[in-house]
Design a protein around this ligand. Structure first.
Ligand SMILES: NC(=O)c1ccc[n+]([C@@H]2O[C@H](COP(=O)([O-])OP(=O)(O)OC[C@H]3O[C@@H](n4cnc5c(N)ncnc54)[C@H](O)[C@@H]3O)[C@@H](O)[C@H]2O)c1
Ligand SMILES: [Zn+2]
Length: 357
């Protein structure tokens, strides 16, 4: 087992290792006296793993209640949040009890938000079961639900008291969902870690899942410790996301987040090369890495629609939008672009794609 300590507004461990699902109760008991637990999972994950996790909590002295919601992003909304909060009340959970999020990013974001607001804040544990949740959403304390006006529009910062990741659970992920997580993994290599980037160019991601999760969690932890509330450095983690979110939106969310991010990273790097901000050849290298890990690198969408969608990004602030520009493998900087400049970058990033097709 590898343990990574996060020093944020709350201190907590990320425990990563094969077989840890069965030890979740014992690991939790080391940081929290046995209490009532609401085990939250979605309709895909619950039948696969909830019994095992519930048994481990019961063996460690906890009393386990369950809340299961229909799998999918469509459930990450206020309606499910209220259902979960009412279920906590109905089960009689108090301020000193615990929520456990067993699932992907949807489960983690929803459960974290419920934990933050139930009785003004209770503890919660993250047990990520997708690669994306393990390397990204379970660490750092961002919680949210979607509103009709956009994704993650209501939420808050609320750190877990423990993260338990058992990479064995990735065995039941569909190849598409595993690849989605790899987009975030590649992102870490590009923006923060050149040796990792190079390793990804020849590794077997499935066999190396445990080291991948540990490496990414260490990188994210370093960023979160310096900028927990996302006012500076943490923006680097949005590499590829401005265009990625626009692609997701323009596809009516039929293109997944990971696919959008992969295409967005390639497009941003191509635009950066065209603007003389990134060395020639970097875009090709990132695209090859995406292809190697089963991710798309291009999409056929009108540039104008992408520009309009990108302008409505949540990361926009007065007078412009901050984008992430890669400089070499392992190094990136943020740069504020005026909205007209953003349009030009998107056009440069995506137009060249048409020529290549
Ligand atoms: N809080 C953050 O910092 C942060 C960061 C990145 C993404 N997110 C959020 O995360 C969400 C995406 O996360 P996701 O891709 O994990 O989505 P998800 O939770 O919907 O999981 C994807 C699918 O995989 C299934 N699944 C999960 N684990 C499984 C397993 N082990 N075996 C078989 N099936 C399994 C789920 O039921 C679901 O159908 C988005 O809502 C996004 O906004 C949050
Ligand atoms: Zn992402």
């Amino acid at each position: 087992m590898q343990t990574i300590r996060v020093h944020a507004s709350k201190e907590y461990d990320i425990c990563i290792g094969s077989g840890l699902l069965q030890q979740a109760g014992a690991l939790t008991a080391a940081v929290k006296a046995p209490c009532a637990v609401m085990l939250v999972s979605d309709s895909h994950v619950e039948p696969l793993y909830a019994d095992r996790v519930a048994a481990s909590y019961e063996a460690a002295g906890f009393t386990v209640h369950r809340f299961t919601f229909p799998a999918g992003e469509a459930s990450k909304n206020m309606h499910t949040l209220v259902q979960l909060l009412e279920a906590l009340g109905a089960a009689g959970l108090t301020r000193s009890d615990l929520l456990v999020a067993l699932g992907g990013g949807v489960t983690g974001d929803l459960t974290g938000f419920a934990a933050a607001v139930y009785q003004r804040g209770v503890d919660f544990v993250q047990i990520p079961t997708t690669l994306l949740a393990a390397v990204d959403s379970s660490v750092g304390g961002k919680t949210a639900v979607d509103l009709a006006c956009g994704k993650n529009m209501a939420g808050c910062f609320w750190q877990p008291c423990l993260v338990v990741c058992d990479p064995d659970v990735f065995a039941t992920l569909s190849p598409d969902i595993f690849a989605d997580g790899m987009a975030e993994v590649i992102k870490y290599g590009v923006i923060l870690d050149e040796p990792f980037f190079e390793w990804l160019e020849h590794c077997d991601a499935h066999a190396g899942a445990e080291s991948i999760v540990a490496r990414c969690c260490r990188l994210k932890k370093q960023v979160v410790e310096q900028d927990e509330r996302d006012t500076g450095l943490r923006a680097l983690l949005n590499f590829g996301h401005t265009i990625g979110h626009a692609i997701e939106k323009c596809s009516d969310f039929t293109i997944s987040h990971g696919s959008g991010v992969a295409i967005g990273m390639v497009a941003m790097t191509r635009a950066a090369e065209a603007a003389g901000c990134a060395p020639a050849g970097l875009c090709e290298r990132i695209a090859a890495l995406c292809v190697r890990h089963d991710l798309p690198t291009a999409v056929n969408m009108p540039v104008q629609a992408l520009c309009a969608a990108a302008r409505s990004d949540k990361k926009r602030s007065t007078g412009g939008i901050t984008v992430v520009v890669p400089q070499q493998p392992g190094r990136a900087v943020t740069r504020k672009l005026a909205l007209e400049e953003l349009d030009a970058w998107i056009a440069a990033g995506c137009a060249a794609e048409d020529e290549n097709r």
